[in-house]
Design a protein. Sequence first.
Length: 289
Amino acid sequence: MNTILVAASVDLGVAADGARLGPKTILNHFHHQKSVSVEADPSIIKSRDKNDLRKNEAELLKYNTGLYHTILNAKKDGYFSLLLGGDHSAAIPSALSSAAVYGNIGVIWIDAHADFNTFDTTVTGNLHGLPLAAIGGFNNTDMIPFHQGKTVSQKNIVIVGGRDIDPDEQINLDHSDVTVFSTEDIHREGASAIMEKALKIAGNGTDAVHISYDLDVIDPLTAPGVSVPASDGISEEEAFEINRTIVSHIGEICSYDLVELNPLRDIDHKTENIAVRLVNEILDSVKKL
Ligand SMILES: [Mn+2]
């Protein structure tokens, strides 16, 4: 199967600048791969008002609407879509376009954060903290008017590597059917064992599984190039063990995101190099499908 790399050059969902430069940085390593780039309007001036709890909402919605249709068309043309972010809000059109094409899907959200806030619980107003709730139909319907189909059933959503969850966000999770495996769970049981469990839950009764991999799940000493680092993360070895488990189940996977590379925060291309290796592994395995 052929993959299309979708460069989501956007950081409207986060106050820190730089994640919009992540996709191009990765694409530079993949000149021969089919790709499409979706750029945010460069004339947008980002909201940085700490009292604004819906930062750049209209601009982000416009961007995600375009991204949704771009990915949807690529999928209808038969491509496996691999989204390069960009802030994590770009995963909304990525996951929901897969839901539109493949029917019932599960989602595995590999991330230090749960991204399960609503407009009522967000502390920062940075909308990259809300996408998983939107994808799981937990409020946040204002973020997904472009999607006509169903959202993803919460019982098929699994967070892997969570460790930095806001108190009110935790209450949202407690009121949902989402499963959370923590960074501690990964250290204790092993990355592949946790991923096997996650794949079972996400795959239970669904037609395919969408993977959304946020680089901030990795310890910031190893992968510093992210916008919202969270200490005590998973090791590089665990990060690749997670990817290897995904590769061993690639036939069940419908789409994949690798998000939040922030080249302005990176040191010696450490995070970039990890990102490129992760993408390479997925490209190689999809090719064999
Ligand atoms: Mn995230």
